[in-house]
Design a protein around this ligand. Structure first.
Ligand code: DMJ
Length: 667
């Protein structure tokens, strides 16, 4: 029963009738003390608790409040802001100018975070870039320069988790957050585009040219890598792939795929700390003694290729030992009636098998493992690896079913013959066959004529059968031939081709290979710039009709972007061989689009589902290992001014961007 006498509360009467009329301090102290003594124990404890609580709150909020008071009381900020903005000037609160290296994404200074001051001052005086993602019409933007107004640095791309809540800078999509509106660069003035000296900026006093300095693009790639690594380290360390939105990992082979794929990238980008930590993981944790099925091709190009190139760059035998281990465990794949390898191997049990539904293997897969196994033989002086992969090439060289040097997509592991004949593509399932013809020829010192013969014939086959021009802009693309009919579609994967053609031309192959490379490079570039996000779809369809339509179209099922490298890979080759800065500019735009639409604030980059929708690009929650292994590596090399950094006369890149040495002539 509830007793009316029972008190579930404490009544405190702190006020006093005459409390305001103190005349004597002593009397006041005495009277206070008396009142205090009259209070019950509980009342006193409560008051003391409240006072202590208020004191603690005061201590913690003091720095931020004082900052705000200081900022508010500053006349140059207060009131001046609107007026200055109106005049086309951009006030930056004194003491709050972030010290940023141009183009380098840095942590926001804590005072900026606290005050929520926009760290990216609006680039006034510089016209907003024309809406480059407008209706997707053909856009030839030429060279975009990377000059910026000195005091208005590019935004420090936001990184901290607590910034995720900043609605201004973040797109929210079904609960997923990806960063938005970063890296948007003010359009450079014509002057800045050309030169590099002080630039006149529209709206600024012409007598006082504003000095500009170049963005350090290579440094921006380093920053992107660090950001990706931050996510991998936090949520996927030692696992195959980062799932950056759900902040967890995905497993494919269970072999730390991203970490191994990224080893040589870290070395090349000079990210020592990250490299050393990863090396320790390889030393202590990486084990191939695992009952796991791996895909022969994927594990060869990513793991074996990654370990071999890291061995070459570092000279550390740890990586060669690991390469030998995985290489020998993959060898059972070649135990087939035809010697054309199975697609899958259990590296723990030493048993290989084809996929469940077929005894076929993919042509690109069985012909794009040669660079790695040949190099393994050279390093170990054990010929078994090279023998196995050379045998595959020997057979494919002689096979019926090619069409002017073009190969079908499947080959049977029992008969050793092509299957599903009549379909020819430079895209998925055939792409790197062509790439490895040229690269094996280069790797071996141009001594294997069948490889060159097959390569040259294939390029002629492409020219004769697969090339078309779009309407209305006459973009040259490589279509697909299906039983005599041309399908005007091109995978993004085909964008490796400009780079490979350029590499061939650089090595003495016909000059028209370079012409074709330039034309295809332009098309791959258009596959990016004509999309609203500035990112290419997985597959583009091209308009052949002779009327005013759009050159590039995308089917709903092909609108995704997996952070693939092929276009930036080719841009790297094109820049190295031509020194034409437009290729760098195109690469820079791509990096900015990745930062804008695929970067996840808590770390990592995500593939997206719809490159046509900048508002809702549909993050897919996966960072493929090749984003670190290839995409960022090629971007870094594209922006690096050192042509000797992985010289193309000394190295060939495998199809996962792992550089392997061109063999010395006496080997
Ligand atoms: C990579 O694994 C390799 O570049 C491969 O040759 C094709 N697919 C991915 C990248 O797109």
């Amino acid at each position: 029963m509830y007793s009316p006498l029972r008190k579930d509360f404490v009544s405190l009467t702190l006020g006093e009738q005459h409390s305001h009329s103190y005349t004597n301090g002593k009397h006041r102290r005495q009277s206070c003390w008396r009142r205090w003594k009259q209070l019950s124990r509980l009342q006193r404890s409560l008051i003391l608790f409240l006072l202590a609580f208020l004191l603690i709150c005061g201590i913690f909020s003091y720095p931020s409040l004082s900052e705000q008071w200081r900022a508010l009381s500053d006349d140059s900020v207060k009131g001046g802001w609107d007026e200055m903005e109106h005049q086309g000037l951009q006030p930056i609160p004194p003491g709050l100018v972030p010290k940023v290296v141009p183009g380098v994404v840095q942590e926001e200074p804590p005072e900026l975070q606290r005050l929520n001051v926009p760290i990216l001052p609006k680039p006034q005086g510089l016209k907003k870039p024309p809406s480059k993602r407008g209706p997707p019409a053909l856009q030839k933007r030429g060279n975009m320069s990377d000059w910026q107004v000195k005091d208005r640095e590019e935004p420090a791309i936001r990184r901290d988790e607590d910034q995720e809540t900043e609605t201004k800078t973040v797109i929210s999509w079904r609960g997923a957050m990806i960063e938005a509106e970063q890296g948007t660069e003010p359009q450079p003035s014509a002057h800045a585009k050309e030169g590099g000296g002080p630039a006149e900026v529209e709206g600024a006093n012409p007598l006082q040219p504003v000095s500009v300095k170049p963005v350090d693009r290579a440094e921006a790639v380093r920053e992107a890598f660090r950001h990706a690594w931050k996510g991998y380290k936090a949520f996927a360390w030692g696992h195959d792939e980062l799932k950056p939105i759900s902040k967890t990992h995905g497993e494919w082979f269970g072999l730390g795929l991203t970490l191994i794929d990224a080893l040589d990238t870290m070395w090349i980008l000079d990210l020592k700390e990250e490299f050393e930590e990863s090396k320790r993981w390889v030393e202590k944790e990486l084990s191939f003694t695992k009952n796991v099925d791996v895909n022969l091709f994927e594990s060869t190009i990513r793991i074996l290729g990654g370990l071999l190139s890291t061995y070459h760059l570092t000279g550390d035998s740890l990586f060669l030992d690991k390469a030998k281990d995985i290489g020998s465990r993959l060898m059972p794949a070649f135990n087939t009636p035809s010697k054309i390898p199975f697609s899958d191997v259990n590296i723990g049990k030493g048993i290989a098998h084809p996929p469940r539904w077929t005894t076929d293997s993919t042509v690109a897969e069985v012909t794009s493992i040669q660079l790695e196994f040949r190099e393994l033989s050279r390093l170990t002086q054990d010929p078994q690896y090279q023998k196995a992969v050379d045998e595959v090439m020997r057979q494919v060289h002689r096979l019926d079913g090619k069409h002017d040097g073009l190969v079908p997509m499947f080959i049977n592991t029992n008969s050793g013959k092509f299957t599903h004949r009549g379909v020819f593509t430079l895209g998925a399932r055939a792409d790197s066959y062509y790439e490895y013809l040229l690269k094996q020829w280069l790797q071996g010192g141009k001594k294997e004529p069948e490889l060159l013969e097959d390569y040259l014939q294939a390029v002629e086959g492409v020219k004769k059968n697969l090339l078309r021009q779009t309407s209305p802009s006459k973009l040259v693309f490589v279509g697909e031939l299906s039983h005599g009919r041309l399908n005007p579609k091109m995978d993004h994967l085909v964008c490796f081709l400009p780079g490979t053609l350029a590499l061939g031309a650089h090595n003495g192959l016909p000059a028209d290979h370079m012409d074709l490379a330039m034309q295809l490079m332009e098309t791959c570039h258009q596959m990016y710039v004509q999309m609203e996000t500035g990112l290419s779809p997985e597959i583009a369809h091209f308009n052949l009709q002779n009327h005013n339509g759009r050159d590039v179209d995308v089917k709903p099922a092909d609108r995704h972007n997996l952070l693939r490298p092929e276009t930036v890979e080719s841009l790297f080759y094109m820049y190295r061989f031509t020194q034409d800065s437009k290729y760098r500019d195109w690469g820079w735009e791509i990096l900015q689009s990745f930062n804008k639409y695929t970067r996840v604030p808590s770390g990592g980059y995500t593939s997206i589902g719809n490159v046509r929708d900048p508002v809702n690009p549909g993050p897919r929650d996966k960072m493929e290992s090749f984003f670190l292994g290839e995409t960022l590596k090629y971007l870094f090399l594209l922006f690096s001014d050192d042509p000797e950094l992985i010289s193309l006369d000394k190295y060939v890149f495998n199809t996962e961007a792992h550089p392997l040495p061109i063999w010395p002539s006496d080997s």
